[in-house]
Design a protein around this ligand. Sequence first.
Ligand SMILES: [Zn+2]
Length: 136
Amino acid sequence: MKLMMSHCCGRLVVPPSKAMRSAYCECGQCAVWWIDPRLGTLGVHAPSDRHTSVIGINNAFLTEPFTPMNGGKDEYGCITKQQIDNIIRECPPNYMFKTVESNIIRFRPDFHGIAGITFTKETKDIPPDYDKNKDY
Ligand SMILES: [Zn+2]
């Protein structure tokens, strides 16, 4: 999963699931959209490169079952460090999560990932569904 963090207003923005549809941060200066969700290619618009970060979360981490805590049911559990380590260990070797040994990564929009796993476009790109008459 990828999110855009907008540093102008501190919002995390999820790109709409359909390609070429953008979502804006609260102050309207930054936008994010999927160019190709299947390939993980994301587009980002911002006034400058320093206005946004992209957050990548390992999908395996998001679907990992909870470990029940204190004898409770699994909905009261958490993901343990051992589970986190196992998820990273089981990542394909070309995944950036494996390379940096983390289930979450933060990078600048113009960063090009390792082995085609994560690509983002230049921050100067105009959102594909931008309407100059709309007040964002
Ligand atoms: Zn903003």
